[in-house]
Design a protein around this ligand. Structure first.
Ligand SMILES: Cc1cc2nc3c(=O)[nH]c(=O)nc-3n(C[C@H](O)[C@H](O)[C@H](O)COP(=O)(O)OP(=O)(O)OC[C@H]3O[C@@H](n4cnc5c(N)ncnc54)[C@H](O)[C@@H]3O)c2cc1C
Length: 476
């Protein structure tokens, strides 16, 4: 428990109106989108400025409590789940779009801005912010930077890190620091900015973020095609790359996911096929049309019996809804939804997709698979009942085998959801001990008292214990 005097000091820093400590509030912020991880914080606060964030971190060092930054809590690795003796810092109220610069092609935003709001504001000016996580309607830009979120347009446009120019960060000590710059080119010294991107709220807290924008593509087409075998969708990706086409979106849903989505959203999807592939092409109209013809020819060659195509916004949105509803639709099948994340090089997709089906059968677990096919980034989703300990164990074995195989194939245990609490037990297997030790050293240099989002990604046991047991002096 954080001491009453520390909580009083905290209340004075943020103001009574920005301090929440009812049992209902603590419960509300005790979890994120990750199943089976819950921990109530001692208090939840809304910091309205960078200066307040700074003061909270200084107090945390003085008083020995942990600080957990939280965007919208849509994370899927437990990144914003509180730890014992912690205070949650809520960022969604810090949500100003500070500027959209049409000459420099940049947007400067506060960390709590919702991703879809930024996308729509820049699109009104003929600009484009490409990172598009499936959670864009709820996730914050701060959460996206902290997880280096990917999404549906990763194949052609990359992920969040490709759009971050500058970050205003409060270090764990409470010291503010400005990383990167608003200039497109900046190679001054070591690239510290990029160490903070994807740091899962454990190295620093972002208050404002400057992002790169692009001109909005002139035209786009969305296509959907069914395949009779799961391995064929992997071949479809290879053929598309060999045709030198880079779709903006290349997604898929497997049979279990298609059936769940159709049952949920009634979109008229074919339910007797092994997989559906969704492709979006964007750019100049003539180029998009020529590429669409080539894609249709590849799909037909690989046995796709019908190809739906949408050019109007309404029709395209309807086709994309099939993919965007996957999580919600699968979540209706069983009480507990474990949406996971692994990536492999594209060339390994046919083998990986078959392996996942094989592991699900062998472990007797219900799995729906979907994801960012063009990135080799799969989201096998286990539907279980967390009260059934045997089913929980079988799902753990399924994921263990899936992650080991992804690593064996040259991939990663997470492509975009992060390590957090959920995946830290696999990190050393994936990266090796030397790398994890180096990560620990970075963390220790920046956060010697381990006050900022401790226990995420990896443990620093001795420090965390000492933080809980006694007060530690503020780092100088
Ligand atoms: C239906 C669904 C679909 C999804 N689709 C995708 C997808 O396509 N691609 C993808 O990459 N992810 C996806 N996600 C995962 C999730 O939405 C992303 O990880 C997102 O970036 C989290 O944003 P958030 O605002 O909810 O952050 P939170 O979940 O609140 O926090 C995530 C991490 O960021 C840290 N953090 C939050 N704000 C700050 C800050 N201001 N400064 C420092 N650290 C901070 C937290 O401590 C935590 O470690 C999906 C999730 C759901 C539920």
């Amino acid at each position: 428990m954080i001491s009453a005097s520390a909580l009083k000091a905290l209340r004075e820093i943020v103001g009574r109106e920005n301090y929440l400590d009812s049992e209902a509030d603590k419960l509300l912020y005790s979890y994120d989108g990750t199943p089976m991880l819950r921990q109530k914080p001692d208090a939840v606060v809304i910091p309205r400025s960078a200066d307040v964030v700074s003061k909270i971190l200084r107090l945390a060092n003085d008083e020995g409590f942990a600080v957990v930054p939280r965007g919208s809590g849509s994370g899927l690795s437990g990144g914003s789940v509180p730890v014992p003796n912690s205070v949650v810092l809520l960022f969604p109220p810090m949500n100003k779009i500070l500027s959209i610069d049409e000459v420099n092609l940049t947007a400067k935003v506060e960390a709590g801005v919702i991703t879809a709001r930024l996308q729509s504001e820049v699109e009104k000016r003929g600009l484009f912010y490409p990172p598009d996580p499936g959670s864009a309607n709820i996730s914050t830009v701060g959460g996206n930077v902290a997880e280096n979120a990917g999404g549906l347009r990763g194949l052609k446009y990359g992920v969040t890190k490709n759009y971050v120019l500058a970050l205003d960060v409060i270090l764990p000590s409470g010291e503010p620091i400005a990383l990167g710059s608003e200039s497109v080119k900046d190679v001054q010294g070591l690239n510290l900015r990029d160490i903070f991107i994807g740091s899962e709220g454990a190295l620093g807290i972002f208050t404002t973020i400057t992002l790169r924008l692009l001109p909005k593509p002139e035209h786009s087409v969305v296509m959907m095609m069914p395949f009779d075998s799961i391995a064929t969708v992997g071949e479809f990706v290879a053929e598309t790359m060999l045709a030198r086409i880079t779709p903006a979106m290349l997604e898929f849903l497997d049979r279990n996911t298609i059936r769940a989505v159709e049952d949920y959203a009634k979109l008229g999807l074919p339910t007797n096929v092994a997989a559906l592939v969704l492709v979006e092409l964007d750019g100049y109209k003539s180029v998009v049309e020529a590429e669409a013809q080539k894609i249709a020819a590849i799909a037909r060659k690989l046995g796709a019996s019908s190809i739906a195509s949408a050019e109007t916004l309404d029709d395209a949105t309807r086709l994309k809804l099939a993919r965007k509803s996957a999580f919600s639709a699968l979540a209706r099948l069983k009480p507990t939804t474990i949406l996971e994340d692994a990536s492999v090089p594209r060339s390994k997709l046919p083998e990986m997709l078959l392996k996942l089906e094989e592991f699900a059968k062998q472990e007797s677990v219900l799995v729906g698979n979907f994801g960012h096919l063009g990135d080799g980034n799969l989201h096998p989703t286990c539907l279980i009942n967390e009260r059934d300990s045997d089913e929980v164990r079988r799902s753990e074995r399924f994921f263990e085998r899936a992650f080991e195989t992804a690593v064996k194939f040259g991939g990663a245990i997470t492509g975009e959801h992060g390590t957090g609490l959920a995946k830290k037990k696999y990190l050393e297997m994936a990266t090796g001990k030397t790398q994890v030790d180096l990560m620990r050293k970075f963390k220790q240099i920046l956060d010697p008292n381990n006050v900022l989002n401790p226990s995420k990604m990896f443990d620093i046991e001795s420090l965390f214990r000492s933080k809980c047991e006694r007060k530690i002096a503020r780092p100088t």
